[in-house]
Structure formats: C-alpha cells, structure tokens
Write a protein that binds this ligand. Structure first.
Ligand code: AVJ
Length: 321
C-alpha cells in the first residue's frame, strides 16, 4: 500500500524499508546470490518496464494486446453474463478495456493492486470512458489472502490475469497462486490468463536484452535502489546485465554479473563478489500450451479455450472451475 506521505515517515514505509533490507541481506548472503523480482518496480523501475514494453525485441506486451484486439470478442464471450470481473494486479487498464468493449453487461470491475494511488487514478480514468460501469477497487497484494468487496451482485465472478506475470513464479508457486485465485474467485469462476510461450532461443534472449539497453537499465535499477534507499556503498558500474533462455528449465534467467572481484558495503556488513559472480534477479518461465494447461489442472482449474497470435508467441487461456 502506498501511504500518503505527510511530514513524518509513516510506519508502513519504515516496515517496507526494513523488509527490503532484510530481503537484500538474505539474498546476498546465499551461495547463489539473488534478489526478488518484486523489487524491480519502484517508480523508476515501473517507468523502465513501460519502456521495455515499447522495445522492438520485447514482443509479449504488443503480442498480447494484438490477441485481445483480434480475438477479444471470443475471449470476452467466455465471461458469464453480468460477471463481476476481478483483475489481479491490475496496473494499467489498457488490456481489460479490450474485454470491456465487448461486454457492456459487466456487473462490476474489481481492480486489485498494491498501489492505492495508481488504483485511484486508473479507476477515475476508466469511469470517464465507461460511465455505466460499477468500479470497486481493492488495495491488496493479490498473492495474499484478500476478500472481494461486499455487495457484489449475485452474478458469477471472473478473474483476469494478463501479462504473463504467472511466469515470474516457480512452477510449484504458480500452481499455488492459481489455486489461491480459485479460492478467492469462488466456485464456478472463470479465469482469463496471459501466458508467454516457449519459442526460439534467439527471440527470447533478445527480448530480455534489447539493443537499446532498457532491460539492462531495468535490471541495474535494483542496485540503484539498494544504494539510494538502503545507503549501500556499491560501484554501479561494477556490474553488467545478463539474460538468457535456459531451455532445460524453460525460463529466462536475469542476472547482474560482477565485472571484477569487489565488495558491497551494506548495514555494517561486507558482501564479497568474485569476478564473474552473479546476483540472480529474475526468472521468467515460458510454457507450451499443454504444459500450462497441465499446471492449471493441477491447481483445480479446467482449461476450456486458448487463443494465440499467428506466430504462436503468446497465449491467452480461459479456465473454469
Ligand atoms: C512483467 C514479469 C511479465 O517476465 O517478461 C521484462 C518482466 N523482466 N523484462 C517478463 C520483465 C524483464 C516481465 N513480466
């Protein structure tokens, strides 16, 4: 939750900073150093991610939007009549609008996001364009227990989880998350979910290492955050971005590679790096349609339909439970 900043730093912000420090210390003390991908998304990181989505090599966002443009009517047709549509980790509303235009009968739109200020501004903009739509935002972390707003109509509930965010979770955690969505959305729910597909290694490698260096800046922003917010002494130029597709694990791995033997100083500790040693910063799992459907089934969902672009770069699945 983004607190409104008054003169004193609110408790929530102090807790968040403490959590960040604890996570960084734990991650950088592990044999394979790692940082959680959730820390990419401060204001600068969110802007960098937006910039990534505009890079020619980064196909997922524009391809998913293309599927929604070309096949939105069929996708929206899987939503039950007068559905309460819950977007998990809503962020911007550019994707869900492509479903809404086909379904003026929606009972309500329920965006769920941790950023209250973002929720508010997006809800206001959406209300201007869909004046008859009931919008009931929920400020919550979708990975944790949360309840749908009271007073939702009796109509069925549908979830929307675009962007292949599911790919950031290890497969067992992805299964748990889908099962969690099932519990939150309830019996009879539908889930529309975007999932990036396995493809040529060259295409995947380039998507996570664009020529303009935007993904590299996004990755290195983690070090900037650790320096600026936690007061660490870090030579930001001492690390470079590396991203590659591991076909065995079916995932993109992103790392920050130490260019030489060096140390970071953080909270009275010294964290040593050998030359070439890495911090593992992100996994982005890629699925085949069949593999994703198997994972969804394990989580208690029944795969009903799937849509892809002509090149089969990306998929959107309808699941039912
Ligand atoms: C937001 C998790 C879908 O994995 O493609 C983009 C994040 N990382 N470039 C992805 C990301 C590097 C993105 N997701």
């Amino acid at each position: 939750i983004n607190p409104v900043f008054t003169d004193a730093t609110p408790i929530a912000a102090i807790d968040a900073e403490r959590q960040f420090l604890d996570d960084v210390l734990a991650g950088l003390s592990a044999p394979q150093k790692f940082l959680s991908a959730k820390y990419f998304y401060d204001a600068a990181g969110s802007d960098l991610f937006e910039a990534i989505t505009r890079q020619p090599e980064y196909y997922p966002t524009r391809t998913e939007l293309g599927i929604l443009d070309d096949q939105g009517a069929a996708i929206a047709a899987t939503l039950p009549a007068r559905a309460n549509l819950v977007e998990l980790g809503s962020g911007s509303t550019v994707k869900v609008r492509r479903l809404m235009v086909h379904r003026p009968d929606l009972a309500a739109y329920v965006p769920v996001d941790v950023s209250e200020s973002f929720l508010r501004s997006e809800a206001e903009a959406l209300a201007r364009d869909f004046p008859n739509l009931t919008i009931t935002p929920v400020a919550a972390d979708f990975t944790r227990a949360f309840t749908l707003p009271e007073g939702l109509s009796e109509g069925a509930v549908a979830g929307f989880f675009p962007g292949s965010t599911i790919g950031n979770f290890e497969p067992p955690q992805a299964t748990s998350l889908l099962a969690h969505f099932g519990r939150v959305l309830g019996p009879g729910a539908t889930l529309i979910i975007g999932v990036d597909l396995v493809k040529d290694k060259a295409v995947l490698d380039a998507a996570y290492d664009d020529a303009a260096g935007v993904t590299a800046a996004f990755n290195r922003n983690l070090l900037t955050r650790i320096r600026n917010e936690l007061g660490a002494e870090i030579d930001l130029d001492g690390f470079k971005h590396r991203a590659f597709f591991d076909r065995q694990a079916s995932r993109i791995e992103m790392h920050l590679v130490s260019l030489r033997s060096q140390s970071i100083r953080l909270a009275n500790r010294r964290i040593d790096f050998e030359a070439g040693e890495t911090i593992h910063t992100e996994n982005s799992y890629k699925y085949t349609v069949a593999r994703f459907q198997a994972l969804a089934s394990e989580a208690g969902w029944i795969p009903t339909e799937v849509w892809t672009d002509p090149e089969r770069l990306f998929s959107i699945h309808a699941l039912r439970r």
